[in-house]
Design a binder for this molecule. Structure first.
Ligand code: CA
Ligand code: CA
Length: 254
């Protein structure tokens, strides 16, 4: 499992990495901290590490950037007080001496999400050939009442298609989902949310995930007449960029 560590500085990120690898050296750790040169895009869970609760203030932009990652936990330095407001950030908090429990919790969540992601993927891969293709996305959007044009469908693929073969494999889909569904394709988000609703999977989601997807589905599926919604999209390729996208979708007038 690939874990993204968010910490105040490089030394602290390395400290957290050590703690994680001491529990399971098969885990892979990516790190982001203030002044980090690269911004990791693909991971399966996020661990926010702090040596004092006050540090959270310094890294709040980083936490925000990865806010929609479905599996997220806070880990305190051994002996430091646990961050008190983790629930508000949709994450579970663990004391430093409970790192073993934290890793077990991450793995269990990862497994539970697996089944969910497979169901979603299969519902988008209409012909069942193991890849989500542009034609399938266009067909699904047509069923929802507003067919994407080929440029829009390509845009949906672009964010998730890591190897650039113009189709999405399950592996690519899982990476994208677990990394927080980042990218600038609100259309893909709407398509997915509608599938989650159709598959009646909304109730199987954790409360934070439900909230993320519920924002989209309620506006797009139950209020088709107005069909205007605002999405917050964080594009992690450009750190600090947070765009409000006004999206018109599913309106019969379009
Ligand atoms: Ca297919
Ligand atoms: Ca691909």
């Amino acid at each position: 499992m690939k874990i993204l560590v968010i910490a105040h500085n490089e030394a602290k990120a390395n400290e957290a990495e050590k703690m994680i690898l001491a529990i399971d050296d098969k885990l892979k750790v990516k790190k982001v901290y203030l002044g980090a040169k690269s911004v990791p895009r693909h991971f399966e869970a996020v661990v926010i590490y702090h040596t004092s609760p006050a540090e959270i203030n310094f890294i709040k932009d980083e936490i925000q950037r990865y806010g929609e990652a479905p599996i997220k936990a806070y880990m305190a330095k051994v002996g430091a007080p646990v961050y008190g407001d983790a629930a508000a950030h949709k994450a579970k908090a663990f004391a430093g001496d409970k790192s073993g429990e934290l890793i077990a919790w991450l793995k269990q969540n990862r497994q539970e999400l697996e089944e969910f992601m497979l169901k979603c993927f299969n519902s988008l891969d209409k012909d069942g050939n193991g890849f989500i293709e542009a034609t399938e996305l266009r067909a699904i959007s047509k069923e929802l009442g507003r067919e994407l044009d080929s440029a829009e469908a390509d845009e949906c693929l672009k964010d998730i298609d890591i190897n650039k073969d113009n189709k999405i494999s399950y592996e690519e889909f899982a990476k994208w989902w677990l990394s927080g569904r980042q990218g600038l394709s609100p259309w893909m988000r709407v398509l997915l949310s509608s599938k989650v609703t159709t598959l009646k999977l909304m109730d199987t989601l954790s409360a934070p995930m439900k909230q993320v997807l519920g924002d989209v589905t309620e506006a797009s599926l139950h209020d088709i007449a107005t069909s205007s919604l605002t999405l917050n999209i964080n594009n992690v390729d450009e750190p600090g960029l947070s765009a409000d996208i006004k999206l018109l979708f599913l309106s019969p007038q379009l």
